[in-house]
Design a protein around this ligand. Structure first.
Ligand code: TEU
Ligand code: CA
Length: 541
């Protein structure tokens, strides 16, 4: 029997809150900390152990808070530092830890460090950022920023460019500068003293950039910086730390999540997320999901990190379209496919993350035109592609499928005005389907997606095989069935799902007729002929 070393976060389920869209308490149309406090009983009922809070620090909101201007104060739109301290306390009363979102690759251009840095080349803060001498209209190289345009911004007063991998208002920090690292470690220790339960580290594999070599992530100093940060801060507490690492492969994830605990607890890897886009193109260039490849990628991560590291398990987050619309069926099989996707993910080894509304089967949104959209990434892409001559309907189709606002429409609490999210005008419109898809409806329906997630969370706590079991993919080439086992000592569990909208035969189920059913997303008995999106978890022990 393999027993993972007993870290609390190996048994935990984390819930991600995008504060701006979760619950507004003061009628300004923007979610806030007091609103989150109002919803702690709901989250305790769901059964989650920790909340990953997307950034609430002071920010001009150019990138909805991922452009921080003060790491040690709360933006007034979300509340006060006292509210944050109260949330940490109240969450703990509900058995829930708070995970802060640390954006350490860049600050806002309104951070005091940058306001100082751009005053002069010999300002003590100048080297907190990445500058290159140059002449106007000739940037150091052709690197592009994630949100459009050049990654280099010209500052005429200095005769220099500064480097920004994201928006112009998000200048990259210079991690080669030890003073920057020290300031960051002091800030992390300050948050640890306030009792946070952990950190999510934004684009952490991009902090060791080498812009002159056009290297944006996985630079040579990356793990040295991470190990220094971990030694100076995280290892002084009993924290969960999860790094966002778009450039991670299994080998590198073994370093990030190695059992010695000298880097992170785990990372968010995105190999499965990039499968349904055209090879070598952008996320907007859609392609059908290669289902067999999806199975093999997820299996590779399960077996690759078994006993050597730890997986995060997620379909959704604040940057991604909603999974039931992306890889499920958000029309006639919304409930069944939402449950099927949940069963497949929560049956694997790792720490599951539930994104706000995923537990309700909330879907993507389809606003009439670009004027309803708020996300800088979508708005800039729309401008760039229309100017480049793309067909407007094609551009909107990409935004409907991949736009980040799909995840950012307000949480759908009930069927009242604005889904109970706000008494005011929401900062972004509510998805019109809130009248039928909302928490109140689901809390009154024992067969709802909510109660399916609640049960999956309970099963993870009740059956050690969910945490410790060795993963084995079955029927790898099958085009409809996703089936795998988890084995730990004499406990053997089968997760079997029909990932398609048609009936699918699953002969191996014949060997499991005497097994106990742990969870099933259809009423009545299961059979070898799986119905559309039918999923079942069985155990023999
Ligand atoms: O995202 C990292 C990132 O690269 C994403 O912008 C991703 O490329 C894109 O969203 C794919 O749809 C992190 C945060 O999660 C994101 O919200 C921020 O915008 C970004 O970093 C900059 O801080
Ligand atoms: Ca508010």
């Amino acid at each position: 029997m393999v027993k993972t070393q007993d870290k609390w976060w190996k048994h935990a389920v984390v819930y991600q809150i995008y504060p701006r869209s979760f619950q507004d308490s003061n009628g300004d149309g923007i979610g806030d900390l007091k609103g989150i406090m109002e919803r702690l009983p709901y989250l305790e009922k769901l059964g989650i152990d920790a909340i990953w809070l997307s950034p609430v620090c002071r920010s001009p909101q150019d990138d909805n808070g991922y452009d921080i201007s003060d790491y040690q104060d709360i933006d007034p739109m979300f509340g006060t530092l006292e509210d944050m301290e109260e949330l940490i306390r109240k969450a703990k009363d509900h058995g829930i830890r708070i995970i802060m979102d640390l954006v350490l690759n860049h600050t806002s251009d309104e951070h005091r460090w940058f306001l100082e840095a751009k005053k002069s080349k010999d300002n003590p803060y100048h080297d907190y950022y990445v500058w290159r001498d140059g002449t106007e209209d000739t940037p150091p190289n052709e690197m592009r920023a994630s949100f459009g345009g050049s990654a280099w911004e010209w500052v005429p007063e200095l005769g220099q460019y500064y480097f920004h991998q994201f928006s112009v208002k998000q200048p990259d920090l210079n991690w080669e500068n030890e003073k920057v690292r020290r300031e960051i470690y002091d800030m992390i220790l300050w948050w640890m003293d306030k009792g946070v339960g952990g950190f999510r580290l934004d684009v952490i594999d991009q902090i060791a950039k080498e812009p002159d070599l056009e290297i944006t992530n996985n630079g040579p100093m990356l793990h040295a910086f991470i190990r220094e940060m971990s030694r100076e801060t995280f290892q002084k507490g009993d924290l969960i730390t999860v790094g966002e690492a778009w450039g991670a492969d299994v080998e590198r994830a073994k370093l990030y999540s190695n059992p010695n605990g000298n880097e992170f607890s785990m990372v968010f890897q995105f190999e499965h997320i990039g499968l349904d886009q055209q090879e070598g193109k952008e996320k907007w260039d859609l392609a059908p999901l290669p289902f067999v490849k999806l199975k093999k990628v997820l299996a590779k991560w399960q077996t690759g990190l078994y006993g050597r590291g730890w997986n995060s398990l997620f379909w959704d987050n604040h940057d991604l379209p909603r999974i039931v619309s992306r890889w499920g069926n958000d029309r006639e099989y919304r409930v069944e496919s939402a449950k099927m996707l949940a069963a497949l993910l929560h049956g694997m080894q790792g720490t599951p993350y539930i994104y706000q509304g995923e537990e309700l089967g909330m879907t993507n949104v389809k606003f009439a035109d670009i004027s309803h959209y708020k996300d800088i990434e979508s708005v800039n892409m729309y401008k760039e592609r229309i100017e480049a001559g793309y067909d407007k309907d094609d551009v909107m189709k990409s935004i409907y499928a991949r736009g980040r606002d799909n995840a950012r429409t307000p949480m759908q609490w009930d069927g009242s005005a604005n889904a109970g999210f706000t008494a005011g005008t929401p900062w972004i419109e509510v998805n019109p389907n809130y009248t039928t898809i909302n928490a109140r409806e689901e809390l009154e329906d024992q067969d709802s997606v909510f109660y399916f997630y609640q049960k999956l969370i309970r099963l993870r706590k009740e059956y050690p095989v969910f945490v410790d079991g060795k993963f084995e993919l079955l029927m790898p080439e099958d085009e409809k069935i996703f089936a795998y086992t988890r084995t730990n000592g004499d406990s053997r569990m089968l997760v079997c799902a029909n990932f398609s909208g048609e009936q699918a035969e699953c002969p191996l189920l014949a060997e499991w007729v005497d097994a106990e059913v742990l969870i099933h997303n259809y009423p009545g008995e299961w059979s070898k002929k799986l119905r559309p999106y039918e999923a079942v978890i069985l155990i023999q022990s």
